[in-house]
Design a protein around this ligand. Structure first.
Ligand code: PMP
Length: 402
């Protein structure tokens, strides 16, 4: 019965990882997938996660019963507090909801599905940054919300196109949905400054747009949890209703465990309850209830002051290694006198750098140097280390000159 089903294209980023794995060249480098690597190029289980893991193994009270539909209660509350801050007025007012989801992807989906069913502005479209994480379009279109783009990356300055962004926000129909990256924008690594966030919030309020933050890198970007949450906290302090999808994949290194949360800042406690009840109804029909393992680890760490401190140290280790590698790559390119300006590599933040390399140059990086990166010229800084940074810089130098 399915002979007419057309084959779908493979996911670009997972296909890239597979190609890297199949490559037998000794100098191959994986700058594709957004997962942290040590200086030896290995995945890293955070020491604090190991500790929490051991505590769980020794806890005879833990079982494998179902979690509630909305997830592990103390995890949900801790996640909301992490993004909004311990002194959040919205939390004190009792108008913050939280739903445990299948990591960041599931949280974006859960929020999008709720909007598709209950957002009251007829025909509202969702605006995503140009460029953005490819799944944003797929998720919103998947739930039936049309997607448009707002300018974000300025290829000339290799920085933020604030004018274009604000311009599109101004001209978008009132009550549109805007998907914003609070920190460590994927794929560009370019974030608005606090002042620019205030301007963005001004327009969002003036136009009555709905704010949907997708936060996949809190603490991972700068090593500082509060700094990375500035935008979300600023919006919430101004009384803006919003959703925040939170992923614990990167900042806890829990990629496969799918620990995530959707934090909801509503106008009143009653509205918060209404939203949560609808999401519970939908969640029951999609996943029934979320998985426990990852959320238990995050919960143990976030609710224990000592483990929390250790987590922040682990975060700094990851963030600082990446910042060091930005500097090292920049220094190598400067030494080589590679044509063009490269300071964006050090100015950008988080897991990724948008190099400005063209698709044709990316192909040479792959074919000649066995260095794997996405076609849009994005590199995962986590794939760079002291052993391969010279090699990567030489390859970039070569492709830029030819
Ligand atoms: N949003 C953005 C912008 C991301 O970069 C990612 C991770 N690549 C995610 C969401 C979600 O990741 P996960 O589902 O693994 O939490």
């Amino acid at each position: 019965v399915f002979e007419k089903v057309p084959a779908a294209p493979a996911d670009a980023i997972f296909a890239l990882t597979a190609a890297y794995k199949a490559d037998t060249h000794p100098n191959k480098v994986d700058l594709g997938i957004g997962a942290y690597r040590t200086n030896e190029g290995k995945p890293w289980v955070l020491p604090v996660v190991k500790k929490a893991d051991r505590a769980m193994v020794n806890d005879d009270n833990l079982d494998h019963e179902y979690l509630p539909i909305l997830g592990l209660m103390p995890f949900r509350m801790a996640a909301a507090k992490l993004i909004l801050g311990a002194n959040s007025n919205a939390i004190a007012d009792g108008r913050v909801g939280a739903v445990q989801c299948i990591s960041g992807t599931g949280a974006v989906f859960t929020g999008a599905q709720f909007l598709a069913r209950h957002y009251p502005v007829k025909g509202a479209e969702c605006y995503i940054s140009k460029p953005t994480w490819a799944n944003h379009r797929a998720i919103f279109e998947g739930v039936g919300i049309p997607v448009r783009e707002y300018p974000y990356w300025d290829p000339v300055t290799k920085g933020l196109d604030l004018k274009g962004l604000l311009g599109t926000m101004q001209t978008a129909p009132a009550g549109s949905i805007f998907l914003l990256h609070p920190c460590a924008h994927n794929p560009t690594g370019v974030d608005p400054t606090p002042e620019q966030w205030k301007q963005i919030a001004d327009v969002m309020v003036a136009k009555g747009h709905f704010t949907f933050f997708d936060c996949a890198y809190q603490g991972f970007a700068s090593g500082n949890l509060a700094r990375d949450a500035f935008s979300v906290r600023h919006f919430a302090e101004r009384g803006i209703e919003l959703f925040v999808a939170q992923s614990f994949s990167k900042n806890f290194g829990l990629y496969s465990e799918r620990a995530g949360n959707l934090t909801i800042v509503a106008r009143t406690p009653q509205i918060k309850d209404q939203i949560e009840s609808q999401i519970a109804k939908s969640q029951r029909a999609v996943i029934s209830n979320p998985p426990a393992y990852g959320s238990r680890i995050v919960n143990l760490v976030l609710n224990d002051p000592q483990l929390n401190r250790e987590w922040e140290e682990n975060l700094s280790t990851m963030a600082n290694r990446i910042i060091d590698m930005r500097k090292a790559l920049f220094d190598e390119l400067t030494k080589l006198g590679t044509p063009g300006k490269w300071d964006h590599i050090v100015n950008q933040i988080g897991m990724f750098s948008f190099t400005g390399l063209t698709t044709a140059q990316v192909k040479v990086m792959k074919d000649k140097y066995h260095i794997y990166l996405t076609d849009n010229g994005r590199i995962s800084m986590a794939g760079i280390n002291t052993n391969n940074v010279k090699y990567v810089a030489q390859a970039i130098d070569d492709v830029v000159r030819h």
